[in-house]
Design a protein around this ligand. Structure first.
Ligand SMILES: Nc1nc2c(ncn2[C@@H]2O[C@H](COP(=O)(O)OP(=O)(O)O)[C@@H](O)[C@H]2O)c(=O)[nH]1
Ligand SMILES: [Mg+2]
Length: 408
């Protein structure tokens, strides 16, 4: 079983990273680690104080001078520099490891609901049925549909499974669980690169357009993304293209203040006009990243399409090849409804990536697989909470960990 053992090793690798960091800092959760603690541990690895080397600095022809011993050799300025460098590297590696552990923990917590529902049911299935029969398949089908893997995906999946059961003469339901996990991930990883990063402009501002129906988390995602890139040292501007809904412009402006992003917006006016003026300002101010909020009215598809077309035209006029990304925001708690939203938006504009929000509040984590199978647009980020830090790049390995760690 190639993939399953690979998944198993991914999970234990992730577990080890988290455990090591927890032990080193003596915490129950990575979230508890404070800035100062990181510095303290880094200081501990620094070398102890050393004595001065002045006594050996005598002219060579003086006979009585003692040979400098090994310890003193180590105190030459060159070595000191090396030491500083080594400490710096150690400190950076330490920080990276904490970051990694933090991210794994976020996936763990954010996918808890899905895991509890989906995986515990799957394990129960292995206990309940000792034989793989029709009833078994029926119940498995139900579990997958409840996790929002998507009916079409489930049907194809069950067919594939039946075939394997027949061909490999599988009777043991526990072993079949391994086959299930294996096949689910074949759906996601088939012929794809595993990282789908944000495409950044080589020169001038990168422009990202955010689309999606009301309430899915567009504005919050913009705030989270601004926070992420500001922390990385980028100059970020938000443009409020959702100009007609009461309070929408203010909500974004509030987030701009909190994250330290620049802001451009005007209420009750043509969105494309606001984008036009905002982009002039962004270029004047040498902004690196422009995040554009839009209205989410889908009642009238033609109007929405026209509006997005107009906005896209304005953007391209200012910045050739922009927008560099058009991200569709989908609320994971809406399940299959999110999939049909994706299909509708796909018909009216070119989407380059999906952000799946509110995964923390749902047992429908299987929707990631349905998106892959039915919409085939990469999920680039996932929302695992309401805070600024709760947006994470979608990472299939962390996702596997969050979803299946209890099954192994
Ligand atoms: N739990 C959770 N709540 C979220 C997440 N993303 C957004 N929200 C909440 O969803 C609600 C609507 O978000 P908003 O950004 O205003 O949606 P918009 O209408 O698409 O701009 C807000 O209360 C957010 O705090 C997430 O990843 N997890
Ligand atoms: Mg909004």
């Amino acid at each position: 079983m190639g993939l399953f053992s690979k998944l198993k090793s991914i999970i234990s690798k992730k577990e080890k990273v988290v455990e090591e960091v927890k032990e080193e800092y003596q915490v129950d959760s990575i979230e508890e680690i404070e800035e100062e603690q990181i510095d303290e541990v880094s200081e501990e690895v620094e070398e102890p104080e050393e004595e001065s080397v002045e006594e050996i600095e005598e002219p060579e022809d003086v006979e009585e001078v003692e040979e400098p011993n090994d310890e003193e050799d180590a105190e030459e300025p060159d070595d000191e520099e090396d030491e500083d460098w080594a400490n710096f590297i150690k400190e950076q590696e330490n920080k990276k490891k904490i970051e990694e552990a933090k991210e794994i923990e976020k996936y763990d917590k954010g996918l808890e609901k899905t895991r509890k529902e989906f995986v515990s049911k799957l394990s129960m299935l292995g206990i309940k049925y000792t034989k793989v029969d029709e009833e078994y398949f029926d119940e498995l089908e139900e579990i997958l549909i409840n996790a929002d893997v998507g009916v079409n995906t489930v049907m194809k999946f069950i067919d594939k499974l039946r075939k394997r059961v027949k061909e490999e003469k599988i009777t043991d339901t526990n072993y079949l669980n391994e086959v299930i996990v294996d096949e689910l991930f074949v759906i996601y990883v088939e012929g794809e690169s595993l990282t789908d990063k944000i495409h950044m402009a080589e020169e001038g501002p990168t422009v990202i357009l955010f689309i999606g129906v009301n309430g899915v988390g567009k504005t919050t995602t913009i705030a989270k993304m601004a926070h992420k890139y500001i922390e990385e040292g980028k100059k970020v501007m938000m443009i409020a293209g959702d100009t007609f809904r009461a309070g929408a412009v203010n909500q974004l402006e509030e987030w701009a203040k909190r994250t330290g992003a620049a802001f451009y917006g005007k209420e009750n006016t043509d969105p494309a006009g606001v984008v036009y003026d905002g982009l002039i300002k962004a270029k004047e101010d040498n902004v690196d990243l422009v995040l554009i909020d839009t209205a989410g009215r889908l009642q009238n598809k033609v109007n929405l399409m026209k509006e997005l077309e107009k906005i896209n035209k304005v953007i391209e006029k200012h910045i050739p090849n922009a927008p560099h990304e058009t991200l569709l925001i989908i609320d994971a708690t809406t399940g299959q409804n999110g999939i049909s939203q994706a299909k509708s938006f796909q018909e009216i504009t070119n989407i380059t990536g999906i952000v799946l929000t509110k995964l923390d509040g749902t047992a429908k984590g299987g929707i990631v697989l349905a998106i892959k199978e039915e919409v085939n647009i990469p999920v680039k980020f996932i929302g695992l909470g309401e805070k600024m830090e709760d947006l994470k790049p979608f990472d299939i390995e962390n996702y596997i960990y969050g979803l299946f760690k209890d099954l192994m």
